[in-house]
Design a protein around this ligand. Structure first.
Ligand code: UT7
Length: 332
């Protein structure tokens, strides 16, 4: 199959991570866990935790401003803002609207998407739709996650896994059919498995009340082993699909950026996709699982460290609550 003509490209990226580092040893003091267990089972060494007064919109705006500056895009030029977050600052209105206000992006339509850890690739696909339809010129895709605000800090099976962070990308119509751009994407969901990774209470069905709080049902619950198996299976399918749709094979891939939840899932995905680990971007050791922010943060770090260069093909693969899974191939 011929490589498709890209319709959109990521013209710049940005990231923002809180300064505060919480190590596994710090967690040992609060929980019945150990640095050894966390490293062996997840590959995580430390994570960043945002200050109480900084919310998801502010984190996302900080990442977005960096991406906008790099693309020389002013706030007034942005036509659409797609924010992916599992940790909205408020249930109403959207975090995207709060972020729009912070940026002063007065000409933009702004809305949130809830695709959990797959949210950045979902957002990219949505941005492609907006731009390809011809009504918008500049899209801002932001993934911002303050996971520390929805984690149950008394539950060792989840508390050790997550971290806070934000990543952003400015997306425009691709200018050159042989130049940089999004060559393929693939997005899927399976809502029958929702209860394996969820926050059971605090929404419209079970509104927040004392019982929800007592049972800690407003916080993340996860059946880790089942999620692990589904993640490996789904990310393998997603990797295949993005390559197939891009008309490429794993030999064409210069860099694989998988969702950073667990080093064992990353290794399994790389093995299945037939990409050697030296071509796999890993930062789960430094940040833990930042839900949908993991991929744009990694992308930004890969560009900055020149692990991703002009003309390279990068494969993005994600999996998360929903379940959702997604993949994309970009020519950089
Ligand atoms: O981003 C969205 C997608 N999320 C994921 O992809 C996460 C997927 N799941 C995972 O990454 C892994 O399943 C975990 C890291 C969550 C857990 O690793 P595991 O190898 O599947 O461990 P497990 O759940 O089977 O637990 C093994 C043991 C249990 O003890 P017993 O029952 O064998 O006595 C747990 O109670 O480890 C225990 N354990 C811990 N021990 C020390 C669970 N959490 C901890 C902990 N410290 N933090």
């Amino acid at each position: 199959m011929r490589t498709p003509t890209p319709r959109v490209e990521i013209v710049s990226t940005g990231r923002w991570l809180p300064d505060r580092v919480v190590t596994n040893h710090d967690l040992e003091k609060e929980l019945d866990t150990s640095d050894e267990w966390i490293r062996e089972r997840t590959g995580i060494v430390e994570r960043r935790i945002a200050a109480r007064e900084i919310g998801a919109a502010e984190m996302g705006a900080r990442a977005a401003r960096i991406a906008m500056e790099r693309a020389s895009v002013h706030a007034g030029e942005i036509d659409v803002i797609v924010v992916s977050t599992a940790t909205p600052d408020r249930l109403l209105p959207s975090t995207a609207c709060d972020l729009q206000a912070l940026l002063g992006a007065t000409n933009a339509a702004a809305y949130d998407i809830a695709a959990a850890c797959s949210g950045f690739i979902y957002g990219l696909t949505i941005a492609e739709g907006h731009l390809a339809a011809g009504r918008e010129e500049v899209a801002l895709v932001v993934s911002t996650e303050k996971m520390s605000s929805i984690v149950d800090w008394g539950d060792r099976t989840t508390a050790v896994l997550f971290g806070d962070g934000a990543g952003a990308a400015v997306v425009k119509r691709a200018e050159n059919e042989n130049g940089p751009g999004l060559l393929s994407s693939f997005i899927r969901s399976d809502g029958t498995l929702a209860e394996l990774l969820w926050r059971p209470g605090g929404g419209a069905l079970i509104p927040m009340d004392v019982a929800v709080l007592d049972q800690r049902n407003h916080l993340v619950k996860m059946a880790g082993r089942e999620v692990f198996k589904a993640a490996v299976r789904s990310m393998a399918e997603a990797a295949d699909q993005a390559l197939l749709r891009a008309g490429l094979t794993s030999d064409d891939i210069s860099l694989l950026i998988p969702h950073q939840a667990n080093i064992r899932i990353i290794e399994a995905t790389a093995k299945y996709a037939n990409v050697p680990m030296d071509k796999v971007f890993v930062n789960v050791d430094r940040y833990g699982n930042m839900s949908s922010a993991t991929i744009p943060v990694a992308l930004d770090e890969a560009v900055e460290s020149r692990r991703l260069r002009e003309g390279d093909h990068v494969l993005l693969v994600a999996f998360g609550a929903g379940f959702t899974w997604a993949s994309a191939v970009l020519r950089w």
